[in-house]
Write a protein that binds this ligand. Sequence first.
Ligand SMILES: [Zn+2]
Length: 384
Amino acid sequence: MKHGLRSLTAVLMAILMLICLYPVQSVFAENTAETTQAEQTAKPKMSAAELQAQGILSVGAKGDEVTRVQQRLKDLGYLDGKVDGQYGGGTKRAVIAFQRANGLTTDGVAGQETQDRLFAEDAIAAPDDSPVDVLTGDVPILVNKDHPVPGGEFFTPADLVQLNKELSSKLVTIKYKKTRGVKAAVDALKEMLEAAKEDGIGKWQISAGYRTWDDQVSMLNSKVRSYQKSHKDWSSSKARRAALRTVAEPGYSEHHLGLAFDINKKGASTFKGTKQSEWLNEHCWEYGFIIRYTEEKEKITGFEAEPWHIRYVGIEHALYMRDHDLCLEEYIQGLEDGSIVNPATRDSSAGTADTADNTETDPGESSEEPAEVTEEPAEADEAA
Ligand SMILES: [Zn+2]
């Protein structure tokens, strides 16, 4: 009997040890985008100092070993901040970026494996972070659940401008004043909104444009939190899965390109069914935009329909996609397999489409909005 009790104690001890190790090893690994969440809900049992005594560096660690790791991260282009011997959030982010690029578990903890890799001669340096011309090339860039932006968190589009400096407030309300976009796309937006105005369609609001990696991280986290608040019985991974149906994973949002905008009607809780939505649906193509996520293509795009999310691809591509009823995935597939002749490279004398057929001059457009609120988010800006 005594023996049985002893082995039971041993088993319990082993389980306890596994539980102690678990948060460090895998809760962070499961999901880097959710680190704040993970930190709050699954604090490692061991302190940073205790881990450091075992050669494992994590947030809170300090001293020469941290300095050494930071310096190496800096040399490899992962660390922007100071080399100060303090393992804080910046160091953790740099470690995660290093781990991702080097095919390691992305837990933000510099354990033995990470340190070995970090100081190896063939450690992979950070990708080039110089701004990318997103409009170069004959084929629009595809970003979706299978195609992240090149360079991940190091990706920045070239030629970003602030929308409220380019677009008059008489033309459109920019909900967040720092919203940016790629100049060519913003110019097209301006032209489109001016045409809409001539057609008597105003009251536009832009609630999203270019998004950084960090923007997307916090957006996804807040969506996860809101699901957890409204569904107390949901696990964090279930809440995260639900969030990912409408918010893209960092690196996988089209908003990173600076070519996508969320445009809606100011003050309306639902965009679908408004005059603005109808106008956009009919005319955005003529200015080089596509409605990126439609109901009929949900299975292909992987996103629920978002009538407010437009993506700039250029006029030739947009018109072709409209005329052949193709979403971007189908279109690019066709260009790649040769079943579509690229309209942007085909020598054509055909001018741009007629833009100003004045058929929709209805000054009373704002009075007949459907009052009902659909399942759409109240702020129609929580888009992919
Ligand atoms: Zn969007």
